[in-house]
Ligand binder design. Sequence first.
Ligand SMILES: Nc1ncnc2c1ncn2[C@@H]1O[C@H](COP(=O)(O)OP(=O)(O)OP(=O)(O)O)[C@@H](O)[C@H]1O
Length: 772
Amino acid sequence: MGKTVDSRGSGARPDPVRSFNRWKKKHRHRQSQKKQLRKQLKKPEWQVEREGISRLMQNYEKINVNEITRFSDFPLSKKTLKGLQEAQYRLVTEIQKQTIGLALQGKDVLGAAKTGSGKTLAFLVPLDEADRILDMGFADTMNAIIENLPKKRQTLLFSATQTKSVKDLARLSLKDPEYVWVHERAKYSTPATLEQNYIVCELQQKVSVLYSFLRSHLKKKSIVFFSSCKEVQYLYRVFCRLRPGISILALHGRQQQMRRMEVYNEFVRKRAAVLFATDIAARGLDFPAVNWVLQFDCPEDANTYIHRAGRTARYKEDGEALLILLPSEEKAMLQQLLQKKVPVKEIKINPEKLIDVQKKLESFLAQDQDLKERAQRCFVSYIRSVYLMKDKEVFDVSKLPIPEYALSLGLAVAPRVRFLQKVQKQQPTKELVMSQANKVIEPRAPSLTNDEVEEFRAYFNEKMSILQKGGKRLEGTECRLANSISEEEDEEIEEKPGKAKGSQTQSVRNTEAQKIEEVPMQFLDRDEEEEDADFFKVKRHNVFGLDLKENKALQKKEPSKSSVKKKVTRVAEAKKVMKRNFKVNKKITFTDEGELVQQWPQMQRSVTKDNEEEDDTGGINLDKAKERLQEEDKFDKEEYRKKIKAKHREKRLKEREARREANKRQAKAKDEEEAFLDWSDDDDDGFDPSTLPDPDKYRSSEESDGEDMENKISDTKKQQGMRKRNNSEVEVVGPTRRNRKKAKWDTLEPLDTGLSLAEDEELVLHLLRNQS
Ligand SMILES: Nc1ncnc2c1ncn2[C@@H]1O[C@H](COP(=O)(O)OP(=O)(O)OP(=O)(O)O)[C@@H](O)[C@H]1O
């Protein structure tokens, strides 16, 4: 009975391999489907971010300013919050609290808050220092930027000194901007932690005041503001040379951006340092831990003052600001500051602590032409900056003590400033002072008569008395801004020979006046600032003894002095000396030949016919002196030419002699060589054994050299034999030459080389080798 088996029957088991393969196929298919689905579902990062932001945006309307204390209270993205947290920004400042919400809601914002109050973090579209960019000076740049901005935009403007001008704002087409004036009702417009003082001093004392200030603040971090780059450049260099004992850095617009960043970082890194800067550093820059801001030159307006001073006392820190004002700037500037709610107190410099650096500067400039030129540029640049200032109530160039200022920079004479002449033309009432200032530097002929010199001195005395009487505070018409002033014109510096002696006189008077004044010591009441207290005094006038009273006393003295004492000119002094018949020391040396040479004073060696005919009329005959100098010059040139000729001749002779010697040696060596060859060939004919050293003697003397030497000799002899054989072969080829050599040999003396036998043999071998 047969049985059929159905493999699929209940009793049959499925093939496991086949079923696994089937499952695997299905699984793979399912996986790839899932993958494709995932791929389709995956969004780009930006899309995810945008979606996140749109979720946050839904919360913008719910922002309640009163509930905000931290950045995380704003609906900000995770990335922004992470960044803020990493930089340790958690709690918001007032301006941030009030403006970030508005900015997020897409509104245009016009924000104002004190310096160092955190405005930088408050704006999202960069844009900063709104009032400055709206200045006419930046008009072209701003217009170019605005033209290229999208029409649909959000504008956020922030500044410590915000503009409210509708005209200005219209330029930026702000749409219903939100005005946020955080400190509008505050008593002062500057930070409460900022202590602000000012001093009044003469222009010519400012450099010494600065030096004295630095000497008494060696452990502090200070920024000193100047009105021009060239001032920074010169004073930076000269102060480095003065070595005040503190690091000095310079930051100005003429530096490359990379250099500026280096300087910024270096200043931030240092614990104590002083930064000389222009207004490039006045706004927006956040220098941490600055103790002092010193405004060396008066700021152009109260706003600039606020920004400069705001480089210290930032974000809850303390700081001090010191403004240096000229007497001519004091009244108008203080008024402006008052209007802008800036509380400044007057303090006084302790004259005992004032270090005069003028002499040092003079000596630096005398040694360094480059520094001198920088000083000249600094001088012109400062005067130009004053001249170009808009506010003529504060800045009056005609009130500047020009020659004195030049001296205070270390310059012996004031460079000519052309535009001052224009001012002079515009201001006939001020003609006297200005013409005198410019007269100082008028070019003069090289020879001055006594009268001229007297006149020159007299005008200085007169000028000084005018300055003292009222020149300092001359009231006059306004200087008008001359648009025609070009940079080149300003750069033109001409030094004139007339020295500002009158100015020196005044500086001497000032020092005297300082001595006269008894100043009671009233130091600032701050224990931790003892060094400052040393340098500054509070509410004391006439520190430098330049007040009207004392000046009057000095003025009274001055004319009596000049009238009693006859003025002494240089020419008169020289004549006096000549009359005294002083004998000048001589320096005399002797040449190798024993000849006497007078080194000093130099003798006139050229003989002119006038030499003997000395003029006994007295004084110096310039024409004759000139003639003599020319003769002397010719004589010197002739002498020099002769010396050079002799030297060349000597050199030529030496070279000729050397050549002759070399030829001789060559000829001799050739003859010796030939002679030797002949000699070795014909030892029978002419060899004289007596010319050889005594072998016994040789042995005894050279015994110490041992067997080696003997071997060498025998080897040499062997080689000679070989050479002989070779030469005999040559002999067949050239009998004529041999005969000639022989004939020559007959006439030759035996050769005495002065060498030992062994050395002789070496020489021979060498020559033979060369020959072969
Ligand atoms: N929320 C904050 N928490 C802690 N520090 C802050 C905060 N906001 C700002 N600062 C710090 O305060 C200092 C001053 O800030 P910022 O430079 O933004 O001031 P500003 O108002 O822009 O000043 P200026 O008017 O001089 O430009 C900076 O060192 C900054 O790091």
